[in-house]
Ligand binder design. Sequence first.
Ligand code: HEM
Length: 506
Amino acid sequence: MEALKILGPSLFSSPTTVVGVVVLLIIIYFISVGASSRETGKEPPGPRPLPLLGNLLQLDLQRPYKTLCQLSREYGSVFTVYFGPKKVVVLAGYKTVKEALVNYADEFGDREISPIFDDLNKGHGIIFSNGETWKELRRFALTTLRDFGMGKRVAEEKILEECGHLIQMFENYKGKPFNTSRPINYATSNIISSIVYGSRFEYDDPQFRNLVGRANESISISGSSQIQLYNMFPRLVGWVKNRQVILKNAEMTIRDVKGLITKLKETLNPQTCRGLVDCFLNRKEKEEDSCGKDSQFTEENLIFTVTNLFSAGTDTTAATLRWGLLLMAKYPQIQDQVQEELARVVGSREVRVEDRKNLPYTDAVIHEIQRLANIVPMAIPHKTNRDVIFQGYFIKEGTTVFPLLTSVLYDESEWESPHTFNPSHFLDTEGKFIKRDAFLPFSAGRRVCLGESLAKMELFLFFTSLLQHFRFTPPPGVTEDELDLTPAVGFTIPPSPHELCAISRQ
Ligand code: HEM
């Protein structure tokens, strides 16, 4: 591109010269592609790319994971696709994804930081960092989340308290149809908020509503065609509207998060931590006293780790719960069986985590919701951190890698009926719950979801408490068949906008 600029407009005055330049570029391109594969061995196969555009014209930009699943039928479980000029290696199917992320955990364990996420994080925070920064932040976040009860009784209490608020919110609709999105997002957001800040927000707090609303909007439009194009051609299409919206949202969120952190600083006590922010600030002070400038406990890493946890922890769990309620309304016989089991095993008392082992059908339903909902269809892009030979193919250091989780959760050689909602996938012939290897909604390996056990606890307690209290149905005049299971467009994929009725059972 630089060369073209230098050659200047005079070069393009004749059509013959333009054609000549284009032919020359195509020849250079094919020679360079040919040379790199000769030097290094066989690269994964894939559809033939066009110069600059790559395979863009073949991709469904709204739902790229669908095109990638189709391509894997033709090119196998390790293949190459060009997103514009960007080369991506796709891993498809349970066996391949597991082998890459677990047996080659190190080689495939770095994060690809696409232009939009680079705009937002600049290498800070836990999701979009690599190397020492990521190692330290991940270790810190995991220990702190555990200290604040992730997977333990403290978190259980917090979630049960939030269930009470969510149930109250649903009661307010008095059985009339409503969009489940906001209340559910507020509830899941409050769990991560109370772990991070040490306290929950009221659902009518304007600052909280804006924080949740902006995170939601940004995650949704980061999967739009405009942003996909921006990631392919960042210099050409940086002006697109959706990027401006995401940047504006980030600016306002950072301002709010800084404000919340400042308030906590004013009342910080070095002996106790109310939440993750306090622990981070105390650690920051300690490291500043001892090791000075090499510390990862910086203001930027704090702000971005907080915003990363807030978005990763809210949207995903909320989207899964919304799929769950929608599927219950669509398949009332399955809802009957869940409610029958809850009534028989738990009765009218509060459901607790320890009830799970006695609720095999309900457990199977929740797993099947997660499998079919497939809310993070391509995981979060990875990158190879060194040259690697994988399944006989050469993959160069720094190559973007998509672990195609859709192809794992819908793998035809692993699931009896991959495309239907079938809780029996997780039940044996006696109705006991069975674990399935290909259940990887949280991905696997080094970058496996950090919030997995918290998310599982939330899904179980929110889902069962809601089903104890309410019967979920389509709005009057809409049949179960008419409830639409087409996912929305987004980086994570919630159901398309819809309304449901929550009829009180008490
Ligand atoms: C149903 C709920 C959830 C699902 C399905 C889910 C799924 C995922 C997936 C697929 C990844 C990418 C893994 C990879 O790159 O291979 C991920 C990463 C991550 N998740 Fe979750 N997640 C959920 C809930 C949560 C919660 C509640 C938290 C908050 C504690 C969280 C925090 C994170 C973080 C911090 C990462 C980045 C990890 C890293 O880069 O090292 N997630 N999640």
